[in-house]
Design a protein around this ligand. Structure first.
Ligand SMILES: Nc1ncnc2c1ncn2[C@@H]1O[C@H](COP(=O)(O)OP(=O)(O)OP(=O)(O)O)[C@@H](O)[C@H]1O
Length: 860
């Protein structure tokens, strides 16, 4: 039997957003005010997928967020899981810690008293546990329980509901991602094993009557399973749950097991069995249903139908080339999609997070009502429409009969059934798309998946087309104008209003930038705004953009971020110190006035210290002292006596290798470790070529906005040419090359391969004419030739790896070497000191560095 290490791990921690923490803290504060100081609190939420209670918040210890502990939901295992199945609060005046049900408490907080309250939606979805740690101080009385239960329900239900949805989404997302990456049947077993926390057996028909049974650790024997399938064949449902395995499998060679409960999905004759009893609550069933659908898709993996493909091509083409009026684009999208999906009507709405409103932007089909805006919820906190419900749930929603749906508002009396799905851009909902029919039960689960698929495509297309950018930019500009009046800083420090948002930080959602997006998301959702973050990456790869995205999506984003850059300070300690901390008049020669430093300016917002590696060591120690403090950072101005306090979050950026600086004695080791706590590394552009088409579209759209009426067409070969280059100057250089190609070498808005090549050639000439030390006087090639044995590796390969030699210079070198050798790589290599035994390594290096030129050009 083959054994496999489980590849699938759920992330253990679900970060709690600050908003939720605030609600919990307020609740605790209130309860403590009424019932005394001594109550400890734990908030547990039911995880329907893994069937465990997860601790999401605790203030029984000093740390607010405990690592996510979990207790299995089995009524007799713990008091809390028992309370989950009860209707009334659970209360113990004097808790017996020796009772087996106190197992979890005994290991952790060891309380003497305990009360557990339920949060009820359709069923109990979470618990609030209160613990008395010292017997004497407890003032809660049994008659108070009902009132506390009422408060829990009133104040916490919405938060628990939200968290419950998020938890589910979180687990689903992880599982879906994992399924996409690992699609072997064994993996599917492992996945189900994790989800259900039960042993699992997957039975698949191989051919004819041969079946294969797999468990989560590898292959089992082939066996005959005809009987089993024969008994299943009359079942209509494709997926169902059964507790009747003993009947079905009694005479078959399938191991009969009284405790076996099955989850069956029939298409493709694939059967999944679980050993043990799966608790089939409504939600568990839905969740498992969802997984099985995903897995079925993977098992069957059909190619995308041609009509879908052509639609996607059409979608891309259309959003890129048509009028950029957002409303026209949306109308066109919906007019195309509604008949394409076999529906009679369609509605597209955008969601404004700030205003918590839905703006219906376009409709297709016969609507008599005009489009309007709606708040997301009414005064009772209920969703105002199906679209609003979808936004709250962040999930597609199927309505077989609108008259029976509690969220449906009759915008159109002809509508009988509907499906609605969120449009998401990098996980954020930007709107919803619903399609409806005149017939009852017109749509099924399958269509729901389809609609979601198209919504995802629309999100990607809009993002790529830079259309969302436009919407962002317009809002940003309005905000910026307002901010500019309020802030006036000197030449180094500047406050910038929302210059970059997630919306215009371009990166392929499944590519190398994914880690950067995830990091921003996680850091901001950790609720720890006092954490310093170091952002590293080569020059021009977007460190400043990422800093802005981090700031703007954080709680501090309401105020402009303060940015300072030390590259231009020439290492002068007085100037650097004054820039950071400010100075008093006369504190050093030239200090003619008091100056407020950037840490002080950044009170209640974020400070970006760009090029932190340029701060001299004498100031580094002072910066370290500030960074070591929490949110409120205390310091003195240069030459000042007063202690100033500033509530600031610090982001630091650098293109340098800080550890190298530490080794050279230029950077303090303690500051290095302090900054290393949270690092976002932005990959260089050559490591994320998947971003180049997106960036190209982004920069073209930006260019179009500057030239009235211009529509840019790009060719695939142009994109390929851009992807063939190594981009030592990263996105900034790419932007320059694209702009040059558009301005100098394009006609009628056509960005051809030729235009890109010419722009790149100009770029290389420019790079090669730079002043690298080796080049002064004579050419780089000649210098290397003089270097003798191994010169190529020492003087070319190494500096290129360390980025001391640009790609342009490398290409120039190869060009010159081949010119000299009349196209012979062998001779060129020998001339530059490459040993014969290293010849293949030499060619590989050139190939991998995209510097292997076509030798035939040099044969003439
Ligand atoms: N992911 C991205 N999406 C869109 N544009 C980008 C992206 N990354 C970088 N850019 C563009 O590249 C330019 C350089 O980005 P940025 O200034 O953030 O880089 P940097 O790493 O801070 O550079 P430096 O190290 O030189 O300060 C920006 O003007 C921006 O237009």
């Amino acid at each position: 039997m083959q054994s496999v290490t489980a590849p699938f791990q759920f992330e253990s921690n679900l970060a709690l957003p600050q908003q939720e923490i605030d609600v919990f803290q307020k609740f605790i504060h209130e309860i403590r005010g009424i019932y005394g100081e001594d109550w400890g609190f734990v908030f547990d939420i039911k995880d329907n997928i893994s069937q465990v209670l997860r601790c999401i918040y605790s203030d029984t210890h000093d740390s607010k967020l405990l690592p996510l502990g979990h207790i299995p939901i089995a009524a007799n295992l713990s008091w809390r899981s028992m309370a989950l199945t009860m209707q009334e609060p659970l209360f113990f005046d004097s808790l017996d810690l020796d009772d087996p049900r106190s197992f979890y408490l005994q290991r952790t907080i060891r309380p003497r008293q305990m009360a557990v309250f339920q949060i009820k939606a359709d069923a109990n979805i979470g618990l609030v546990s209160m613990f008395g740690l010292k017997e004497s101080k407890v003032t809660i009385r049994e008659q108070d329980l009902a009132s506390i239960q009422h408060r829990c329900q009133e104040q916490l239900l919405v938060v628990f509901q939200k968290l419950s949805w998020r938890l589910e989404q979180h687990v689903m997302d992880q599982a879906t991602r994992a399924i996409r990456q690992q699609e072997t049947p064994i993996f599917i077993c492992q996945l189900f094993n994790r989800l259900l926390e039960l042993p699992v057996l997957l039975i698949r028909r191989l051919n004819g009557d041969t079946y294969q049974a797999l468990n989560q650790s590898g292959l089992e024997d082939d066996f005959d399973c005809n009987r089993l399938l024969f008994n299943l064949k009359d079942r209509e449902q494709q997926v169902f749950f059964t507790a009747e395995w003993q009947h079905i499998t009694k005479d078959s060679s399938f191991p009969p097991d009284q405790t076996m409960t099955g989850i069956v999905f029939k298409p493709g004759n694939t059967i999944l069995l679980c050993k043990g009893v799966v608790r089939l609550t409504g939600r568990t069933k839905d969740n498992i249903f969802h997984y099985i659908e995903q897995i079925e898709k993977l098992l069957k993996r059909k190619p995308v139908p041609i009509s879908t493909l052509s639609f996607l091509v059409y979608l891309q083409h259309w959003v890129r080339s048509q009028d950029r009026d957002i409303n026209v684009i949306f109308q066109h999208l919906i007019d195309t999609l509604v008949p394409f999906l076999g529906a009679d009507f369609g509605t597209l709405a955008l969601y404004s997070r700030e205003q918590n409103r839905l703006m219906f932007v376009s409709q297709a089909g016969e609507f008599t009502n005009p489009l309007k805006d709606l708040p997301l919820v009414d005064k009772n906190g209920e969703p105002t429409s199906i679209a609003a419900h979808v936004i709250r749930m962040n999930k597609p929603y199927l309505v077989p009969d609108v008259r029976k749906d509690r969220y449906y508002r009759a915008f159109n009396p002809a509508i009988r059934s509907e499906i609605c799905a969120p449009i998401r851009v990098r996980g954020e909902i930007i709107g919803v798309f619903s399609i409806s029919s005149r017939e009852l039960h017109h749509f099924h689960q399958l269509e729901l998946g389809k609609l979601l698929f198209y919504c995802d495509q629309i999100g990607i297309a809009l993002l790529q087309a830079g259309i969302l950018d436009k919407a962002f930019t317009e809002t940003e500009e309005a905000q910026k104008q307002a901010q500019d009046v309020r802030f006036g800083f000197d030449q180094h420090t500047h406050a910038k209003e929302v210059q970059y948002t997630f919306g215009n930080l371009v990166g392929h959602p499944q590519g190398a930038m994914r880690a950067v997006f995830d990091a921003i998301h996680k850091i901001n959702n950790s609720g720890r705004e006092d954490l310093n973050v170091l952002i590293t990456g080569e020059t021009g790869c977007g460190k400043e953009m990422v800093s802005f995205a981090l700031h703007n999506s954080s709680q501090r984003g309401k105020k402009p971020m303060v940015v300072t850059n030390f590259a231009s300070f020439g290492g002068d300690p007085n100037l650097i110190q004054s820039e950071l901390f400010g100075h008093e008049k006369g504190s050093f020669s030239g200090a003619t006035n008091r100056r407020i430093g950037c840490i002080e300016q950044a009170h209640e917002t974020t400070l970006l210290i760009d090029e932190v590696g340029d701060i001299v060591p004498s100031v580094q120690i002072k910066l370290l002292r500030v960074l070591q403090q929490g949110n409120n950072k205390k310091f003195q101005r240069l030459g000042g006596q007063d202690h100033i306090s500033s509530n600031v979050r610090v982001l630091a950026a650098t293109h340098q290798n800080l550890w190298n600086l530490v080794e050279q004695g230029k950077f303090r080791e303690d500051l290095f470790y302090r900054l290393q706590t949270l690092v976002i590394r932005i990959p260089p552009l050559r490591e994320r070529l998947e971003d180049i088409p997106l960036l190209l579209t982004h920069f073209c759209a930006r260019y179009e906005r500057k030239v009235a009426g211009l529509k840019i067409q790009t060719s695939n070969r142009a994109v390929q040419t851009l992807q063939d280059y190594a981009w030592p100057g990263n996105v900034r250089q790419l932007e320059a090359v694209i702009n040059r190609a558009l301005v100098m070498f394009s006609e009628n808005g056509e960005l051809t391969e030729e235009a890109v090549k010419r722009s790149l050639a100009a770029e290389m000439r420019h790079a090669a004419s730079g002043p690298p030390a080796q080049q002064s006087g004579t050419s780089l090639f000649r210098q290397v030739c003089k270097g003798g044995e191994n010169a190529f590796w020492e003087h070319i390969q190494k500096p290129y790896r360390n980025h001391d030699l640009t790609h342009g210079q490398l290409v120039e070198l190869v060009r010159e070497a081949l010119t000299e050798s009349k196209g012979s790589y062998k001779q060129a290599a020998a001339a530059m000191g490459v040993a014969e035994s290293d010849y293949n390594r030499f060619l590989d290096f050139l190939k991998n560095s995209r510097a292997k030129l076509d030798y035939r050009e040099f044969r003439r």
